[in-house]
Design a protein around this ligand. Structure first.
Ligand SMILES: O=C(O)CCC(=O)N[C@@H](CCC(=O)O)C(=O)O
Ligand SMILES: [Zn+2]
Length: 333
């Protein structure tokens, strides 16, 4: 039988009322690539989870993982004991196997919609509505989680890592959340204290969720992800869906924590990196290095122990061409 992902990619979305699976759980297709599962009536549940993937259409390993989770729920192999919303983010780009169709969707959240909005802007606004409604329907004062699963364009000295947007109302970064990620096989976390136009920042600020962008390896086409071991992430997410919420209190000693020091701005088409644009994530940068030049203005590394993340000189002017990170010595911003 065809999976929800396959049906979605084929354009066969049937938005309908909720119905009951054989297991008793409820399922509802909310939109193209958006499906919600809720526990059977009478089953106690205490938290709500959004699991998104495919915000970039060429990042297929997490999409395959989410497809499997949905299939396991539908087959009754995973019992639903939490409310869960799964999202295949940029369906049009997934069909093309491209990062985006018109614009990078992960730069389009938390903006005011406009009548001239193109495909990704409209989809980002629609996803904002779905996650807001999903969390509101679960009620306040219960834990909310959002894992936005990605893979990286280039190689990385550390394969799996997460970007952790500063929680709402300047709540501190949480050791428990970082320790939970470690259980999912993600042992490196980048604390980001500044505002951002990403999906995880949106759910963190607007929905008060514990939200993360999670990088799980390199971006490859569908069917070519055998090199990426997602077994710990799969087990962690299966546990969450089954209502198992681990409560570790301390960050394990082996976990590496960085903080985002600065974005590398691309201001104009003159922007040029002094490094190879395909440099691996986490490559160290020496103090004093001229990292980029834009219209004659030098971007100099001033931070000790700096490393680069997501170098990309090909973004449009106005977007970030990468991030500078430094080791974080404490969890406060
Ligand atoms: O490898 C790359 O350059 C990009 C991989 C990717 O899509 N990363 C996300 C990170 C989002 C964040 O900063 O939270 C992105 O660039 O959107
Ligand atoms: Zn991505």
């Amino acid at each position: 039988m065809s999976s929800f992902l396959q049906e979605t990619l084929a354009g066969h979305t049937a938005i309908a009322l909720p119905y009951c699976l054989q297991s008793g759980a409820s399922v509802q297709v909310m939109d193209e690539g958006v499906i919600r599962f809720e526990p059977q009536d009478g089953v106690k549940h205490t938290f709500d989870v959004v699991i998104s993937c495919g915000i970039h259409g060429n990042e297929t390993a997490p999409v395959e993982l989410v497809e499997q989770l949905i299939e396991q729920i539908c087959a009754g192999a995973i019992k639903v004991r939490a409310r869960v919303l799964f999202i295949f983010g940029n369906v049009a780009a997934l069909r093309l196997g491209q990062r985006f169709v018109e614009e990078d969707m992960n730069r389009l959240f938390s903006r005011t919609p406009d009548v001239d909005d193109g495909v990704e802007k409209r989809r980002a606004a629609m996803l904002e509505m779905h996650v807001m409604r999903f969390f509101q329907a679960g009620g306040e004062n219960r834990p909310r989680f959002h894992y936005d699963l990605h893979t990286a364009i280039h190689g990385s000295l550390i394969e799996k890592f997460a970007i952790y947007p500063l929680p709402k109302a300047n709540k501190p970064f949480s050791a428990t959340e970082i320790a939970r990620l470690s259980l999912a096989g993600v042992d490196t976390v980048l604390l980001q204290s500044t505002t951002s136009s990403t999906f995880s920042f949106f759910t963190s600020r607007q929905c008060d969720a514990a939200s993360f962008t999670v990088e799980l390896g390199s971006a490859r086409p569908f069917g070519h992800n055998q090199g990426i071991d997602l077994s710990k992430m799969a087990a962690y997410l299966q546990g969450l869906i089954q209502g198992e919420l681990p409560m570790p209190e301390l960050v394990p000693a082996h976990v590496k924590i960085f903080r985002v020091s600065r974005e590398i701005p691309k201001k104009s088409h003159d922007f040029q990196f002094a490094i190879d644009g395909k440099t691996d994530n986490f490559t160290p940068l020496p103090v004093g290095m001229v990292l980029a030049v834009d219209q004659g203005e030098e971007f100099v590394v001033t931070e000790a122990d700096a490393r680069i993340i997501f170098p990309n000189p090909d973004v449009p002017p106005g977007q970030r061409a990468g991030l500078i990170i430094v080791p974080a010595h404490q969890l406060s911003s």
